[in-house]
Design a protein around this ligand. Sequence first.
Ligand code: ZN
Length: 173
Amino acid sequence: MAYEIRTYGDPVLKTPAAAVIEIDGKVARLVDDMFETLYTSDNGLGLAAPQIGVQKQIFVWEVDDEQMVIINPEIVESSGEWVYDEGCLSIPGLYVEIIRPNEVLMRGRTLDGNEIEIEAKELMGRLFQHELDHLNGVLMFDRMTPEQRKGALADYRRILEEQSAKPRRLRLR
Ligand code: ZN
């Protein structure tokens, strides 16, 4: 079942998610729902559980048509620096250049409960850092300089206004 993606302003996005204690069928179903929800988005690469209102430390992503999931992830090493025009399904339409470490080593668990370590850089490294932030109640705005944040909030307000000004549906009789 696809959920509605929570957007900026929803308190669930500011709340740290709880660790998953038992990886059971419920978690597997949740992961299925997260992929279904991800596929309703225009160009989303990844989705974290809080984005559908579930406060659990899980995020999913797709790479080379393969569905990936990580449970209770943490970044254990990071290095370098990389600038990327970052976007977020919970802040639709806004893209801001954000500097973050380039390479990361992430550790967590798979749906089978096995420990997994994944090394990533550039786009994938960015995706991991962004989704992990969601699990800590951290949004892109929190990663911006005060100057950037001011501009980005104004831009986002404008994007929302444009969206609500669009005619909903043309009715023909
Ligand atoms: Zn996001």
